[in-house]
Design a protein around this ligand. Structure first.
Ligand code: PA5
Length: 445
């Protein structure tokens, strides 16, 4: 189970003021439960963990097995909420060097459809040329340009390389039940498909097939992942007292810090495997809260790597930041620093210590230094990098995000701002239906 400690924010804000949010948090939780708040048609994630059935997981696992049996590589095509959750979990749980190993126990998972880089797509298609590969096409709208473009390339390559019959077996669609081009293609081609529920937005969809299928293909236990989320659904439920509810405390503390001029939250990890958990978190909070000219800017760093780059700014730059540190209690493996007779590097004072002891002292030393430098610190501790902990962490951030957005007074479940670039891009590319916009934008150039 995860735990949250806000003690090192209390020199900057008071515990009394954090606890003064109790009524607002309660109101936010009730609005979520009763569906009376803004964006109430997108609350399907709230009790998603506890409503996932064994049959659904079995269906996902059977499809995952088909791809595991028939593919050396599986490409996950998706962007934003349709890719970051899967990548966050897979990278958190995978061996850092799996993809370089000759003997693999699961297909290599690669990603596409999250950029429009010609070189990226060229290099990917080149790499896939001699591989038995499959594709998961993930798009709720079924019309997202980045994903559709990548899928067009990958579908053709898969059919050309593996034949139409095998392509049908190893291409899976995860999309809306009836709308969008991805649904039409899946139905026409007879692909196995999974549904993204109408009432679950992309960034809250990691525990739907959007996340669960790629995670299962990568060889991780989706039952345990869901169990971790179910435990956190209970621990953060609306009847849990404010002081004992980590999501309530996190939401209240970040709103109080924001009120006191702390406009940027930096999510910190001391384990490189958590890099994509931070990317997922940035989308969750950025897209949920950044609207109506307000919202904390979510940033992220990987320590101690970034202590040698962003560390200077954090220690002495503008004092508008606070940090939330994700600390992993136990490592998966054990590695001790060897002693060395010559001790030319002067590191014998570390001999016999576990590498993680050094890491933990870097963490503690940094926390003290940053607090001394005027940076409030929160600390989230997870027991280990395993399915249960990660499932719990993801749900914790989701429920805290819903509460926090309601406290801020915005609709945390829409993203009207992401349409502006698409409209301009379509106008510039002369997409049919955008004739007026094309004329208007050309006149501006
Ligand atoms: O959170 C969101 O809603 C977005 O990030 C979407 O997931 C993203 O834009 C991809 O959309 P779609 O799944 O429709 O392709």
């Amino acid at each position: 189970m995860i735990s949250l400690n806000i003690e090192k924010t209390l020199g900057f804000i008071s515990k009394e003021n954090v606890f003064a949010y109790e009524a607002q948090v309660k109101a936010a939780q009730e609005a979520l439960e009763n569906g009376t708040g803004k964006g109430n048609d997108f609350l399907g994630w709230l009790h998603l963990p506890s409503s996932i059935t064994k049959e659904h997981l079995a269906d996902l696992k059977a499809t995952a097995q088909t791809l595991r049996d028939n593919c050396e590589v599986v490409v996950v095509a998706g962007i934003g909420g349709s890719y970051l959750g899967a990548r966050a979990v897979i990278e958190a749980l995978s061996n850092s060097f799996t993809w370089l190993q000759d003997k693999k126990t699961a297909p290599v998972i690669l990603y596409a459809g999250h950029n429009i880089g010609e070189d990226y797509l060229y290099e990917l298609t080149e790499y896939l040329k001699d591989k038995k590969f499959g594709v998961i096409n993930i798009s709720k709208s079924g019309t997202t340009t980045e994903t559709a473009l990548a899928f067009r390339l990958l579908k053709k390559q898969c059919e050309d390389q593996r034949g139409k019959d095998m392509a049908k077996k190893v291409i899976v669609a995860i999309t809306d039940v009836q709308k969008g081009a991805a649904r039409v293609t899946a139905d026409n081609e007879g692909y196995k498909s999974f549904i993204i529920p109408d009432n679950v937005g992309g960034r809250f969809s990691v525990l739907t097939p959007v996340g669960l299928l790629p995670i299962a293909i990568a060889g991780f236990d989706i039952e345990k992942l869901v169990a971790g989320a179910v435990a956190m659904e209970k621990a953060c439920g609306k009847d849990v007292p404010f002081a004992e509810n980590p999501a309530a405390i996190y939401a209240a503390t970040r709103n109080e810090l924001y009120k006191n001029g702390k406009k940027i939250e930096i999510l910190v990890n001391y384990n490189p495997k958590l890099h994509y958990v931070s990317e997922w978190w940035k989308q969750l909070y950025g897209e949920s809260e950044g609207k109506e000219n307000k919202g904390i800017f979510p940033a992220a760093v990987d320590f101690s790597t970034d202590l040698h780059s962003m560390g200077q700014w954090i220690q002495e730059g503008e004092r508008t930041i606070y940090e939330t540190v994700i600390s992993v209690e136990k490592t998966q493996y054990s590695l001790q620093v060897p002693s060395d007779e010559a001790n030319l590097d002067g590191l014998n004072f570390l001999a016999g210590k576990h590498v993680d002891e050094v890491n933990k002292m870097a963490e503690l030393g940094t926390q003290l230094a940053h607090v001394d430098g005027g940076v409030p610190n929160m600390r989230i501790v997870i027991p280990a990098l395993n399915e249960e902990s990660i499932g719990g962490l993801l749900y914790f951030f989701e429920i805290a995000c819903g509460i926090s957005g309601y406290i801020l007074g915005v609709n945390p479940f829409n993203q009207p701002g992401v349409e502006a670039y698409k409209k301009n891009m379509f106008a510039l590319l002369n997409k049919p239906g955008y004739e007026e916009e094309s004329k208007a934008i050309q006149a501006r150039l």
